[in-house]
Design a protein around this ligand. Structure first.
Ligand SMILES: Cc1cc2nc3c(=O)[nH]c(=O)nc-3n(C[C@H](O)[C@H](O)[C@H](O)COP(=O)(O)OP(=O)(O)OC[C@H]3O[C@@H](n4cnc5c(N)ncnc54)[C@H](O)[C@@H]3O)c2cc1C
Length: 643
């Protein structure tokens, strides 16, 4: 079949709701004229006196196509990195008065910093939050798709992970904005999939395994039977079944501590072939299982770490229990079920925070009504509101207006719509990426800048595809599919959550969102190097490539269940996060840093009136870390209270 014919079968020529949210594009490329058919998107290159977020109809969550790092959100930062930005930057115009606090980055950490500062300084404290993206929330991004006649919500950051382990401050923040995590036990329907006899499947693709085959029933039918249905050699089948069913101590001569230390320094891939003596043919079955949590494959993560962190999707990392103890469903450190999920993920937490600052921007009062509340973006940055959120604004410089030890203000320069502005604050929290900070604050000590540049955030893509119905999933008996050899190694229908007026499409005949994850990487390199390669790949991959890959993969996995990509796909949103998860240290590649000497600890030290928040500062990619680091940063500035 020719490529054109295949594209036709996949429906590449069909109109779907995949239009980019063009305001984001506008901010980036400025100066072009925009076709008049796009309602509510304003005019490209309009002056900052009429910023995009103030224009009627501005609603980034409704944009499909390329989301996450929207065009316009990263070019200035890349110019700073490449040393080209200042050549054409022009002079910054002073704007606004002096704020009590300026926050760089409106992710969860930046919003949390504003929250904690208000608690400390009072609700009238003047706070400006500057954000490079076209929406607030950072990774906690809300997405709205339409299929049939209904609205389908989807997400960036997915869920509140193990809230029982949250710190007092993080629990307090959730309570302050009205999140009662206990309610998810009612809102998340944990019986729906089993009542429909849907379980976990694996898709074996022809490029990796010789033929396309979906096998259903992982964990339900015996592993011997399940893997007998897969296109695997006898040796691979035998070894995988052994891993899953036999509790073998592969390190009999070592003490428990020695076993742990040994398994912490060997990749799971090497464990499989060198220690458990499996045929190398088993490696492709597991290679991408770690992509979603780590952004790299099992070649680059230790056996101990994978056992310790577990696999959220329940496929597991077999073969280790006899040496390390049972890892449980999702690893030994995640006591709570994975149910704390708003339909738009942690974006609801971001929206509740924004509502608490600027009630008129997000109407309503409860964690239930926030789910469908329509945000009025034109309210985010308006006097006399004490808290203002300015989107599409990339901060390019943060410096004291004198000696950092005695200065009374911080000057923050940002670019928006290709114009430069400068604003003053009594103090500043940098809740942006650590790696960005040395470019913003060249006056920081060299050792601190080096430490801030150490971690490399994980590039990853969360794609959401709206489909007309999910009968194919039902016919095939799966709600989630691990596809170890595919472009997207994991796909699943949405979490069964109904909150307030938002009802989950629980009948297979209803429209549904399919979630798929991709993390670009290059086995053979260290984790940080793989992430660097992945960054480049993400920025170089156009929407069309993602669309073709999604259509092709869904067709091949679900075709036997009647899925037709040309007819059934109604919308696609690509959540491109080149700077995704905060970097967590990797025992295979990073030294064992002494307490207080890890790069994140060295890097996050306060500098005069500037403090550093963000999940990077905790080197852990979870929402509670983002909140905890915000709390610390605000505390560090508290001795400037009243000054
Ligand atoms: C796809 C994905 C899924 C995730 N799922 C989960 C999950 O299920 N549960 C969980 O707990 N965590 C999850 N995470 C981890 C997530 O990173 C944290 O939970 C948290 O949202 C991070 O918040 P943050 O504020 O530290 O960083 P970010 O969300 O990255 O926010 C930083 C913000 O700073 C802005 N910024 C950067 N530089 C500048 C600048 N120069 N000027 C202005 N603004 C700037 C960025 O645009 C960004 O909005 C996920 C992450 C990703 C990428």
């Amino acid at each position: 079949m020719t490529n054109d014919a295949r594209d036709r079968d996949l429906g590449m020529n069909r109109a779907i709701t995949r239009r980019d949210f063009l305001n984001g594009v506008a901010i980036g490329i400025g100066g072009l004229a925009l076709g008049s058919t796009l309602t509510g998107c304003g005019r490209l290159g309009a002056s900052d006196s009429n910023p995009a977020q103030d224009r009627a109809g501005y609603n980034p969550p409704a944009g499909t196509g390329m989301r996450g790092d929207n065009a316009g959100s990263f070019e200035a930062a890349h110019g700073l990195r490449d040393g080209t930005f200042w050549q054409t930057a022009g002079t910054a115009a002073p704007t606004d008065g002096t704020y009590d606090l300026i926050v760089v980055g409106a992710g969860i950490s930046g919003l949390a910093a504003a929250h904690f500062f208000r608690k400390q300084a009072g609700a009238n404290a003047r706070i400006l939050i500057l954000e490079a993206h076209d929406d607030f929330g950072g990774h906690a991004e809300r997405k709205q798709l339409h299929a049939g006649n209904r609205l389908l919500l989807s997400y960036g950051a997915q869920s509140i992970e193990s809230p029982s382990l949250y710190s007092a401050e993080a629990k307090g923040l959730l309570a302050d904005v009205g999140v009662d995590v206990q309610k998810f036990y009612r809102y998340f329907d944990r019986n729906l999939f089993s009542s429909l006899k849907l379980g976990s499947g694996m898709f074996f693709d022809r490029e990796t395994f010789g033929e396309d085959r979906l096998v259903a029933g992982f964990g339900k039918i015996p592993h011997r039977e399940f893997f007998a249905k897969a296109p695997l050699s006898d040796a691979a089948h035998r070894d995988i079944v052994r891993l899953y069913t036999e509790k073998v101590d592969y390190l009999p001569g070592l003490t428990p501590e020695q076993k742990k230390a040994f398994l912490d320094k060997i990749s799971y891939a090497d464990f499989l072939t060198k220690i458990a003596k499996c045929t190398p043919e088993v490696v492709p079955v597991f290679q991408t299982r770690s992509h979603d949590l780590y952004g790299v494959g099992i070649d680059a993560i230790s056996a101990f770490a994978l056992h310790d962190e577990g696999d959220d999707y329940g496929y597991g990392y077999p073969g280790l229990d006899a040496m390390l103890g049972p890892s449980g469903d999702r690893g030994p450190h995640k006591p709570d079920p994975y149910i704390f999920h708003f339909p738009d993920g942690n974006a609801s937490v971001a929206r509740l925070l924004v509502r608490s600052f600027i009630p008129e921007a997000i109407p309503g009062h409860t964690m239930e009504d926030v789910v469908l509340a329509q945000a009025d973006y034109s309210r985010l940055d308006r006097a006399p509101s004490p808290v203002r959120i300015r989107l599409n604004s990339t901060v390019v410089q943060v410096r004291h207006d004198g000696d950092p030890g005695s200065a009374s203000n911080v000057e923050v320069t940002y670019t928006r719509n290709r114009q430069m502005f400068q604003v003053r604050g009594r103090r500043c929290v940098l809740a942006c990426y650590n790696s960005m900070v040395p470019y913003l604050c060249p006056e920081l000590p060299a050792q601190q800048k080096e430490a801030l540049a150490y971690g490399v955030r994980t590039p990853l893509v969360y794609s959401h595809t709206a489909i007309r119905n999910w009968t194919s999933f039902q016919k095939l008996g799966v709600f989630q599919i691990a596809a170890p050899g595919c472009y997207h190694p994991y796909a699943a229908i949405d979490f069964p959550v109904s909150i307030g007026e938002y009802k989950y499409p629980s009948r297979p005949e209803e429209p549904m969102v399919v979630f798929m994850v991709r993390t670009p990487c290059q086995p053979g390199l260290s984790q940080r190097e793989q992430h660097r390669v992945g960054h480049v790949e993400l920025y170089d991959t156009p929407f069309e490539t993602f669309e073709r890959k999604i259509r092709d993969q869904l067709a091949r996995m679900l075709g036997p269940g009647g899925f037709d990509p040309a007819q059934d796909i109604e919308g696609i949103t690509i959540g491109r996060w080149a700077h995704g998860y905060a970097y967590g240290y990797n025992s295979l590649f990073d030294p064992d840093f002494a307490e207080g000497e890890a790069p994140n600890e060295v890097g996050r030290k306060p500098f005069g009136r500037i403090a550093i928040a963000n999940s990077d500062a905790g080197a852990i990619a979870y929402m509670d870390t983002a909140i905890n680091e915000a709390y610390r940063a605000v505390q560090e500035l508290s001795h400037y209270r009243g000054t």
